[in-house]
Each structure stands twice: as C-alpha cells, then as structure tokens.
Design a protein around this ligand. Structure first.
Ligand code: PLP
Length: 386
C-alpha cells in the first residue's frame, strides 16, 4: 500500500539528500563540516522586537483565535510601512493580508489563482516553493530563461504562445534568490505591461527588500504605474529582521486578488498568533538602525566571498543584495559534481545551482548567513582546494 497521492511523484528529488548523507558520514568520522548552504540568518531577532513580544505574550486578548486576515492594527502597520518606505498607499482593509510567512502565501497562490493544468511563469532559477506549489496544485510551471546574458532578469517575453494561452500567473523575485540579481524599475514596468496584456496576476516576492548593498535601495513593485491593477507583492519579516522562526509576513496589492487569496487561506489556516503580529508591528515601524547594521555585516561578508572567489579564478555575480553569492562552477564540473568535490575535499557545503531550477546548471550558491569566522574558514579551505 502506498499512502501518497500520485501528484507527489512530480515533485523533484530533494537535491540535498545526497549532500546530507555525505555530510553525516564526514561528521561521524570526526570532520568539521561548514555549511554555506542555508538561507537562514545567523544573527538573532533584534532586541526591541523580542522585548515587544515579551509584553504581547502576556496580553490575554492575544490568546484567542487571531483574525484570519491579520489584526486590523497589524494591517494598518503594514500599510504605514508601505507609505513610509515606498510612498505607496494601500488600504489596510482591502489591500493588505497577513501571511504566516511568505512561503505559506506562495503555496496558497496556486489554488487561489491557477486552475489545474494551467501555467505559472516562474523564474528559471528560484525559490523551490514556486515549482513545488504548482505541482501540489496539479498545475504547470513555465521556467522563464535566466542567465548571465539577460543579467538574471527572467525572460517572460520568450514564453511560447501556447503556454501563454494557458497561463494565469507570473512570479518574480528581486533582489533575487539565488542569483543576488536586482531589477531596474524599467524591468518591472515591462513585466507589468506584459501581465496586463496577457491577463496574468503578477506576484512580486520582495523577501530581500531590506538586504541591499552599496547604497542600493530596492523598490516596491507597487510604486510603478498600473501595478495595482495586476500585482500582489509579498513582504516578510524573515530576512529583514532575522525573524525566520516567527513566521510573519504580508501580501499587499490588487484588492480583488487579496480577497481571493484570503478566501483560500480562511479554509486552510486561522491566522498568525496575534502576539507575533504585535512584535512584527514593532519590526516594521520601530527603529531601523539594526537593519542598517545587518546590511553592513552582510556587505562585509559579501566582499570577503567575492574577493576569495576572484583569487580562485571563479566568476560570480557582483551582488547588490540578498544573503547569497551566485558563482560559476569551474570548467569541467557540473554543479552537483563541484558541490560534491567541495564537500569531500574541503568539508564545506555549497548549494548546487540545479537545486533552484533548470537554469542553475553550471552555478553554485554560497550563503552569507554564516558567522564571519566560519565563513572565512570555509573560504580558506576552498582556496586551498583550487
Ligand atoms: C527566504 C525567502 C522567503 C521568505 O519566506 P518566509 O516564509 O517569509 O520565511 C520568500 N521568498 C524567497 C525567495 C526567500 O528566499
């Protein structure tokens, strides 16, 4: 007997399974293995946010079922954040929806907006939930080409007409995981025009809006003309405030789409613990100087990684944001082979580019979310390897 729906056979194999197995063997032999594979901030949540939680958790009104869409004060704070940060006005009642992390929001986009057998245009390398969410919904993914030549800006224009005819949604993500690419606003404008022309809901996953370098300020897609007609944007406390464990995010944008997503969610979950929403209000509207320190720290690590890779003769995207470095595997290796060599010979875990989609072959990803001394140690080992 097999207790698994047939659709699950379409999920890609877990690429880290083999890496995890080899790591366990190395660790059992007493080796010190450093992981540069994980996209989870190594620093704690900022103290003023944790302090807010300390009070919120004792408030008995927070102990009840939360509001499905998010507490009114939470949605108002999200709207205020959008106004302060991007000068974008959204109606907290109709254009904002609380999410239990953006991963939850992304997974629920598919049943909300894509019919079985229809397509979502997703980045050629991207967050694995984009494709996984489509598969679990019995719908299809079209991987938009992404490469060095198009500067990792997903090419929606090349989508075949027969795919477009059956497409209902397109997902973009800039600053981009895994490539660290950023998008000029003209690109967003083209994407909005394309979405409107073809009747697509355009999702912008803005998880790294606060992790940017060299003074670059990432925009909201909702700043752009006509975005409100076809876009939902996702914001998360995870990477901005080191809050991955808290599971707190929001969607903002087109009111009809927000309402539809809310209908799906109200059949699945019952909202975010209200005390966490209170802490997140402090994150969005409280002092932002810890965010600046965090950016400076990641930028230092970025510089260390890029200069080491250069010394190794390895080409990498000159990152302007995210907690990742995206680099080319040396001549003569596939992504998987190179990741295995680095693990076996340097005892360092890197992520093979193919874990993120078909356009990842020939690349690997290094996470900057590793304590600096460990990151330096890992880089030293990699340098010796080459
Ligand atoms: C980390 C990340 C998220 C954040 O997910 P949460 O569920 O909010 O923690 C979303 N999208 C991308 C591309 C990410 O890398």
């Amino acid at each position: 007997m097999k207790f698994a729906a047939k659709r699950l056979e379409n999920l890609p194999p877990y690429l880290f399974a083999e890496i995890d197995r080899k790591r366990d063997l190395l660790v059992a032999e007493g080796h010190d293995v450093i992981s540069l594979g994980i996209g989870d901030p190594d620093m704690p949540t900022f103290e003023h946010i944790v302090d807010r939680m300390k009070d919120a958790i004792y408030d008995p009104t927070n102990h009840k079922y939360p509001s499905y869409a998010g507490a009114p004060r939470y949605r108002e704070a999200c709207a205020e954040f959008m106004k302060k940060r991007f000068d974008v006005e959204v109606d907290p009642a109709t254009e904002v929806l609380a999410l239990i992390g953006s991963k939850e929001g992304i997974a629920n986009l598919f049943p909300a907006f894509v019919d079985p057998g229809h397509y979502t245009l997703i980045p050629g390398v991207g967050y694995p939930v984009y494709d996984g969410g489509a598969i679990i919904n019995d719908s299809l993914s079209h991987w938009m080409p992404m490469n060095d030549e198009n500067e990792w800006l997903a090419d929606f224009e090349s989508t075949p007409a027969e795919v477009l005819k059956k497409s209902q949604m397109m997902i973009l993500n800039y600053p981009n995981n895994p490539t660290s690419a950023i998008a000029p606003v003209e690109y967003f404008d083209k994407a909005i025009a394309f979405a409107r022309k073809h009747g697509l809901l355009l999702i912008h996953d803005n998880a790294y809006v606060d992790v940017t370098f060299d003074g670059y300020v990432a925009p909201s897609i909702l700043e752009r003309p006509h975005a409100r007609e076809c876009c939902i944007e996702l914001f998360s406390t995870s990477k901005s405030y080191n809050m991955t464990g808290w599971r707190c995010a929001f969607a903002a944008g087109n009111a009809e789409a927000i309402k539809t997503l809310g209908i799906v969610k109200s059949n699945i979950d019952s909202g975010i613990f209200t005390a966490i929403q209170d802490a997140a209000i402090e994150a969005f509207l409280g002092p932002q100087d810890e965010v600046e320190k965090m950016k400076a720290l990641y930028q230092e690590r970025r510089d260390a990684v890029l200069s080491t890779l250069e010394k190794m003769g390895i080409e990498a995207v000159q990152s302007k944001g995210t907690i990742f470095i995206w680099a080319k595997v040396p001549e003569g290796y596939t992504s998987a082979e190179f990741a295995e060599k680095v693990l076996m010979d340097a005892h360092v875990i890197i992520a093979p580019g193919t874990a993120y989609g078909p356009f990842g072959e020939g690349y690997f990803r290094i996470s900057l979310a590793t304590p600096t001394p460990r990151l330096i140690e890992a880089l030293d080992r990699m340098k010796k390897l080459m």
